[in-house]
Design a protein around this ligand. Structure first.
Ligand SMILES: [Fe+2]
Ligand SMILES: [Zn+2]
Length: 467
């Protein structure tokens, strides 16, 4: 289940009541609802009504059922598909496609004069339009709905564009302290999600599938990677360009403390996310062990932060709230020429404000800086929540252990999966790199959803919460 209980609420249109549910919006014909409660379009709170479950379940309203009008009132003009739309409250009624804000609709004309057909950038000077622009006529019969506007412009809107840009029902902030998007996970060591290097390198389908596994499981193994750093670099570059940091771009190192960071030693490393010290931490990280000679150890540890946060929610919700509400300072200052800090302190859990869906985990106890802007009791509260979080991350059933082997690369979602390793002896040569969130998600969406759906979903709540 992606996200649940968005709070009691819904929106009532002229003919239907819309209720928000996990991943769908249920449309309930008004004829099946006691009339007096919903006689005008507007936003209604269903607070106090009983919980609604399953399509077609009507909230219990404490009024007797009354007579009702037919669900769809057919009129001559509607049958023809020609009507003078309503402009009340700034909205233009393009039923059955929906109701749209008036100025917004004019601004978002999809004709090639208003929006560049290649760059998809707005060509129209928004503020040259009269503020009180009105519709003169509407024709919804054609594949491209056409609207004649009072500035003389003949606007067009493809039906598919209109349905993808319908106003969502009014949503109320989630009552849950934390929610989760759809995700899958591996319990114990049941077998890791794995793809073949050749499939990723040689086909778009193989690449799309790889990215899907990463979004779904949070990590994925790639088998059959040639043992040269160049091949590993090429693998990462199938997704997007490699992110440069003060440690370089694509890295290839042995445990020699080249950079003054514990990651470059042979000591054990507790699970953490990387880049807590950046305003925008890298989304993906890939490791490929090229060789390990003269010793052993160095098992890789992963911990699924989504699962761990879900466990924490069931055990102590107040602790989850503390890790959302109290931001921390983070830094990277080991090398003499840098002292990197995010532009603001960030909490351990970042969530989508409206739905409460967990979007990013930032946890690296090595890189947490000294916080001073808090009251003593708030500090105590944070340490107690952090202790609980740290304890969950160390649990057997949360940690995924694996011995990396030359030829198999590991990639993971650094906004969700924490990584670490046990101590090792001998000499290890590892290579890998980071990929930014935006570049990864762009590639993921285009390959898995196609260009049209991706373009039509820009900025929607659905798009925000699916990866
Ligand atoms: Fe790391
Ligand atoms: Zn236009």
């Amino acid at each position: 289940m992606a996200w649940q209980r968005l709070g009691p609420g819904g929106i009532a249109g002229k003919h239907s009541l819309y209720l928000q549910r996990p991943s769908t919006v249920a449309r309930i014909p008004l004829c099946s609802i006691p009339k007096r409660q919903f006689h005008t379009p507007g936003i209604y709170s269903l607070a106090g009504s009983r919980k609604y479950k399953g399509a077609g379940h009507i909230p219990q309203l404490n009024t007797p059922r009354q007579s009702y009008k037919p669900y769809f009132q057919s009129t001559f003009t509607q049958r023809l598909g020609l009507h003078t739309p309503s402009v009340k409250n700034g909205g233009v009624n393009l039923e059955p496609h929906g109701k749209f804000p008036r100025f917004w609709l004019r601004e978002n004309c999809q004709c090639p004069d208003c929006i560049h057909p290649i760059t998809r950038q707005r060509m129209l000077d928004t503020f040259s339009l009269p503020e009180d622009i009105q519709t003169e006529s509407v024709d919804i019969r054609t594949e491209n709905v056409s609207v004649k506007w009072s500035d003389g412009h003949d606007a067009v809107y493809p039906r598919s564009w209109l349905s993808d840009h319908k106003l969502p029902p009014a949503l109320e902030p989630s009552q849950e302290v934390l929610n989760f998007r759809d995700f899958r996970f591996v319990s114990g060591n049941q077998g890791h999600p794995t793809v073949e290097y050749q499939d990723v390198m040689e086909s778009t389908k193989g690449l799309a599938n790889w990215l899907k596994e990463i979004v779904s499981y949070g990590y994925c193994m790639v088998r059959g990677v040639p043992l040269e750093p160049e091949a590993t670099q090429g693998l990462l570059e199938r997704i997007a360009f490699i992110r440069n940091t003060h440690y370089g771009g694509f890295w290839d190192f042995t445990s020699d403390l080249t950079y003054k960071d514990t990651a470059y030693t042979s000591e054990s490393l507790g699970v953490h996310t990387d880049n807590t010290y950046f305003s925008d931490p890298a989304r993906l990280q890939l490791f490929h062990l090229l060789s390990h000679t003269g010793g052993e150890g160095g098992e890789s540890l992963l911990a699924d932060g989504f699962r761990a946060a879900a466990v924490m929610r069931t055990e102590n919700e107040a602790n989850v709230k503390t890790l959302i509400d109290i931001p921390q300072p983070w830094h990277s200052s080991g090398n003499d020429d840098v002292c990197i800090q995010p532009y603001q302190p960030f909490p351990v859990f970042e969530r989508d404000e409206l739905s409460g869906v967990l979007q990013r985990i930032r946890w690296n106890n090595y890189d947490r800086a000294v916080k001073v802007d808090w009251e003593p009791h708030v500090a105590e509260q944070w340490y107690s929540a952090a202790r609980h979080w740290n304890e969950i991350l160390g649990r057997e059933d949360i940690q995924i252990k694996m011995q990396l082997e030359p030829g198999t690369a590991l990639i993971f979602d650094n906004w969700r999966i924490l990584h670490g390793r046990t101590a090792f002896r001998g000499k290890r040569r590892m290579c890998g790199g980071y990929i930014n969130n935006d570049d990864f998600i762009s590639q993921y969406r285009l390959l898995n959803d196609g260009r049209e759906k991706t373009l039509n979903n820009i900025g929607t709540l659905d798009a925000r919460l699916t990866c």
